[in-house]
Design a protein around this ligand. Sequence first.
Ligand SMILES: Cc1cc2nc3c(=O)[nH]c(=O)nc-3n(C[C@H](O)[C@H](O)[C@H](O)COP(=O)(O)OP(=O)(O)OC[C@H]3O[C@@H](n4cnc5c(N)ncnc54)[C@H](O)[C@@H]3O)c2cc1C
Ligand SMILES: *[C@@H]1O[C@H](CO)[C@@H](O)[C@H](O)[C@H]1NC(C)=O
Ligand SMILES: *[C@@H]1O[C@H](CO)[C@@H](O)[C@H](O)[C@H]1NC(C)=O
Ligand SMILES: *[C@@H]1O[C@H](CO)[C@@H](O)[C@H](O)[C@H]1NC(C)=O
Length: 585
Amino acid sequence: MTPRWMHSFWWVLIIWASTTHAMPPPPPVQCNETGCILSNSYGAWGDRIDCHVPDVTYPTTEQDLRLAVAHANQNNLKIKVVSKFSHTIPKLACPSATQSGNALLISTEKFNSNIEIDVANLAVTADAGVPLRQLIDRVEEANLSLVAAPYWEGVSIGGLISTGAHGSSWWGKGGAVHDHVIGLSLIVPAKQSEGYAKVIRIEAQDPLLAAAKVSLGLLGVISKVKLSLEKRFKRSITYNFTDDAHIEDLFMDHAKKFEFADITWYPSRNKAVYRYDNRVPLNTPGDGVFDFLGFQSNSILVSKATRATEKAFETARNVNGKCTMASSFVGFKKSIANGLKSNGLIFTGYPVVGRQGKMQTSGSCLYSPPSRIDSSCAWDPRINGLFFYESTAIFPAKKFGDFIRDVKKLRDLIKPENFCGIDIYNGILIRFIKASQAYLGQAEDSVIIDFNYYRADDASTPRLNQDVWEEIEQMAFFKYGAKPHWAKNRNSAFLKVNQKYPNFNKFLAVKKQLDPQNVFSSEWSDEILFGKEGGKSDGCGLEGQCICSEDRHCSPSKGYLCKPGVVYNEARVCRYSSSSSILVV
Ligand SMILES: Cc1cc2nc3c(=O)[nH]c(=O)nc-3n(C[C@H](O)[C@H](O)[C@H](O)COP(=O)(O)OP(=O)(O)OC[C@H]3O[C@@H](n4cnc5c(N)ncnc54)[C@H](O)[C@@H]3O)c2cc1C
Ligand SMILES: *[C@@H]1O[C@H](CO)[C@@H](O)[C@H](O)[C@H]1NC(C)=O
Ligand SMILES: *[C@@H]1O[C@H](CO)[C@@H](O)[C@H](O)[C@H]1NC(C)=O
Ligand SMILES: *[C@@H]1O[C@H](CO)[C@@H](O)[C@H](O)[C@H]1NC(C)=O
């Protein structure tokens, strides 16, 4: 039984939350006399081992960047680059697993001053450290628009293209930002006679661009990025909260019919939310803003209360409690249209019309008047707020319908309540990416899903229904050959990822040409790039460090054993069995 008061409890908390102001995220690099520690924005790397860095530098100009690379190359130091945001989940930006002192971290935090707009040629060239929001605002001031962007604006231009970040579109050049890149400057190691480092300018027609557009920081330091733009435009958005029948048959038409289509699927609620989102003429009235609810600032008390409640339901194995949370959250999102604001303030009805620069991407929790520090992004690591995993799988469009059918089959077999855990977050967000030339991009029109779920504070604590999320992941990555988003996922999603990219070897050939000494690689980035399976220690299945093959990879003492999937029998998942714990001494 779930208490009825909880519904109103959540509503009050959430409404209160949206009236406060945010504390900005902590800087990702923290140093003292003994060295520095690099973290990601969630305050965690895959295996909770800190990333120690002997030294960090903050260049402000391209020339400084070149000198930093030269210094490192001359002194045989490994190099990694990280942005001001460090919003990537895998440990790609971490230079070394050891504290041996042979590495240099370059931050682009202060390399952010140049944004040059070429109105005649509809293009913008920006320093790699420029924040996405700053770029968009400047472009819109010039009466132009950037067509593609991830939904979250707290990223740098260099960082976002490096991991293949995307919004959603099968139209035009498509939803991935790197497919709008028409030039790029890269700083790579060079011979002594060339000063140990050189800048190479890669133009639109240069074959190197296919490797450099999505390069995970492995080819060199990106100093400048040139993006194509269009004349400024407006969009009109309507969300249709409806049932989830026939998503598997409707998704293609939906993506073809709406330029910025997406679908949010809440499997436990049997609901799907179709985003009807197209351009409209500039003179269409409306000054709307999309301030996505999940990226608004949350009262720190609310984030803590939400976390504490979810944790209590986890500990008590209370599926219905989780369903109450999911149902309140989905209801609340419907009532506020996910954060669409009709005239920049509140939602007053569909459609919401606004400028591209205000409708594509958001992140209001990033900004703070210095006087108000009672709220933050919900996942801020300093507040014991939300802590979750984010799985993201990219499917060839033609295989996606069957995947949906399998997930529905699983849901109906094990009962929809067991899917509530993801519906507390954003359900399954379905977006679209067009075929790309990028070697580490998608070779064909694709569908990409995201789902978030509870992560325990402690790596050795199993999670409620983790077998369900593991089965969906393994179905996606192994049965349907989906690829993991480079900036998200747990390590097990990357197994054999290199074999899934038809141009993988072309990427490696360019790497060999530009970075023959592997200055820009580390054991951490190799683990991701080559999809290596790590050592299988006790409990490795709990945090997605491995796919279990023995019970000890789960948590036998807490009743979690390694079992086959329900729909995808080849899957191996950590499943709770109430009788098992008595059998274990
Ligand atoms: C809340 C949230 C929402 C998100 N939403 C989306 C979304 O809607 N769509 C999506 O696709 N992604 C999304 N992401 C993922 C995000 O877009 C990527 O993680 C992105 O790469 C982060 O950019 P960053 O500037 O923080 O890069 P970082 O994390 O700092 O770096 C990313 C990678 O790029 C390398 N790198 C960074 N700068 C340079 C440079 N100048 N030269 C060479 N290499 C460099 C780093 O070494 C690292 O390998 C989201 C992430 C979060 C936390
Ligand atoms: C600072 O110093 C302490 C011990 O002196 C160490 O444990 C810590 O990791 C150091 N680094 C940072 C960034 O705090
Ligand atoms: C942008 O367009 C508006 C209205 O059409 C105009 O007033 C303004 O001068 C333009 N700005 C620039 C920088 O061209
Ligand atoms: C919402 O989608 C349903 C189909 O699931 C359709 O019948 C209905 O007309 C749509 N509503 C709007 C407002 O388009």
